[in-house]
Design a binder for this molecule. Sequence first.
Ligand code: ADP
Length: 168
Amino acid sequence: MHRDKIAVCPGSFDPITNGHIDIVHRALCVFDKVIIAVGHNPLKTDLFTTQEKLDMIRQSIDSDERIVVDAFEGLLVDYIKKTGACAILRGLRVISDFELEMQLALMNRKLYAPAETFFLMTDYKHLFVSSTIVKATAAAGGSVEGLVPRPVLMKLKEKFPHMKIDPV
Ligand code: ADP
């Protein structure tokens, strides 16, 4: 009997960027379903509420029944068990991502060994893109066009009205 292979792509998504979306699409050639799971990273201060993040993600992804958008609280592995997922999906940009990602992957394995962490390499176009640099640039009035989906661009403009948007 075929059991859907589900991957959970957890993150702060504050906000979602084209880099995140790239990773989710890449994963769909291996997994039957990818759940974009919005969590709160206690090490980070969020600009957007969970509801705002969910709305932006839903508006930004093409309608595809293989992609599900959700939020979770508490331990990621508890959420993994609840969803029946077999994999945790994380993106890698530069080598400096690796150290923290390895710690997270090993801690998650200690907490719940059946969930395997999969790393996918981002596209070179998104190598330098992070939610943090997007927020910092937008807050200082710079254009982040091309780095985030249009609905995110509009939401950033709401928060930072002086942010530049290139003419279409
Ligand atoms: P967290 O706070 O859990 O790191 P993020 O939303 O910052 O949440 O990132 C979630 C995942 O997406 C992480 O694995 C991160 O490495 C990955 N990621 C972030 N930006 C990119 C990008 N530009 N390309 C590929 N993966 C990315």
